[in-house]
Write a protein of this length. Structure first.
Length: 432
């Protein structure tokens, strides 16, 4: 199959064209004939017009791409190598929600030909590809896995908004159900990557590796969040502590902050769910999730304390909120923990002006019923820097003074600023 893909007598289909699927499809299109499929017809039309709703590709990259965009699943019959890159969220009970993976599997199954390979990239707990996806593919297609088609798994490693680590420079983990499928999958990915691939010994190992990447970060961020709470009571700046400790050669730097988005704040629940199915209670992973989820309470408490300390009446106070996306320099608002803080402040009667140069105002309104401000020309009781967008980093103290009703009151959740020499009479500043 690899040679047929290379000479373009066979096609690759990427199913799901979001933050993961679109850059991947674009990368594949530099070597292969690629069908980009998504059920969202409006999104497909925007892509055809060269409009990248994910903001992941460079200017003109989408316009110049050879991807054949479609929302017509019948066109998938022309592909023999499928890559599934759909979201894997959690439900209200914080259990895995496989509706997108199931739907993608059903769509592929209806259009599956003998000899095809299906590679899943969506983050799941170990066993999902073989225990959930393969039966769907077999039942609907009428074909037999192993004899008529094969599967593999290659966990996505896209970091939204990160222009320093594009997909082509990321080492990709690949796996296959047998040596033959692994060889083909490995070659297909390796051809378009600068740093090559790592061949996992099994699909389950590859699935587990992805979960571990994000669980490890979640646990370590929970640790520094807890340290930040301790140091806050001691009057010590957490960033100063981390910088000092970081001079030791084997110290790993992690920083306190909100843990949102669709990876670190979601993936641990998949492993927790599977662990409990196996009658094992993952205490450390669970308590880390609890610490990170409850950080909002600590932040809101300190915001209120800062306002009261500066004789600002809480009810009716006007706070300028800088940033609402889940992380810096991207437009992704999914599972944004900034929203949790805003909800708590609104309950206390705080008036909020929310500004974000990256977020889509219609999406924010639809998802969270929050109206984004077009600018921040007013006078405010306090300024909450919630996201470290590059646009905010150069703001001077003089600019903050002009935006403040009285003395600048600054809440800096990402430690964007380092006010060390200013007296308490000049500025009231708090950071994690």
């Amino acid at each position: 199959m690899f040679n047929k893909l290379l000479d373009k007598s066979e096609k690759i289909a990427v199913v799901g064209l979001g933050y993961v699927g679109l850059p991947l499809a674009n990368l594949f299109s530099k070597k292969y004939d690629v069908i980009g499929f998504d059920v969202n017809a409006e999104k497909i039309e925007l892509y055809r017009q060269g409009i990248d709703v994910t903001c992941e590709l460079d200017e003109n990259e989408l316009t110049d791409s050879s991807i054949h965009f479609t929302s017509d699943e019948n066109e998938l019959k022309n592909a023999s190598f499928f890559v599934v890159a759909v979201p894997t969220p959690i439900n209200e009970e914080k259990n895995p929600d496989f509706k997108f993976v199931v739907s993608a599997s059903e769509i592929i199954a209806r259009n599956l030909r003998k000899g095809s390979i299906i590679v899943y990239e969506s983050t799941v707990y170990p066993g999902v590809t073989e225990e959930l996806c393969i039966p769907i593919l077999e039942d609907i297609s009428g074909l037999k896995c192993g004899a008529d088609f094969k599967v593999g798994y290659s966990p996505e490693r896209i970091n939204p908004g990160d222009k320093n680590n594009p997909i082509e420079n990321i080492t990709k983990i690949v796996s296959g159900m047998d040596e033959e499928s692994l060889e083909t999958i490995s070659k297909v990915y390796d051809t378009v990557l600068n740093n090559g691939v790592h061949e996992a010994p099994s699909i389950k190992v590859a699935e587990a590796a992805k979960i571990v990447e994000n669980v490890t970060r979640d646990v370590n961020i929970a640790l520094v969040n807890e340290l930040a709470m301790i140091f806050n009571n001691m009057g010590i700046n957490t960033l100063d502590v981390i910088e000092a400790a970081g001079t030791k050669w084997n110290f790993q730097k992690y920083y306190p902050g909100l843990v949102g988005g669709h990876c670190i704040g979601i993936d641990p629940y998949y492993l927790i769910f599977k662990s409990k199915k196996l009658q094992f209670n993952p205490k450390l992973i669970e308590i880390s999730r609890e610490i990170n989820e409850n950080l909002k309470e600590f932040i809101v408490k300190n915001i209120i304390y800062l306002l009261v300390e500066n004789d600002v009446q809480i009810k009716g106070s006007n706070v300028l909120v800088m940033g609402i996306t889940f992380k810096e320099n991207c437009n992704d608002i999914r599972n944004s923990k900034v929203v949790d803080i805003l909800d708590e402040l609104k309950k206390l009667g705080v008036e909020l002006t929310v500004y974000d140069p990256h977020a889509d105002e219609n999406e924010v309104k639809m998802e969270y019923d929050i109206s984004l401000a077009e600018n921040y020309d007013g006078k405010y009781d306090a300024m909450l820097f919630a996201v470290a967008h590059d646009e905010f980093k150069g703001m001077s103290l003089d600019e903050m003074r002009k935006l403040s009703k009285n003395k600048p009151i600054i809440i800096d959740l990402k430690s964007i600023f380092r006010f060390k020499n200013e007296s308490p009479d000049e500025i009231s500043y708090w950071s994690l």
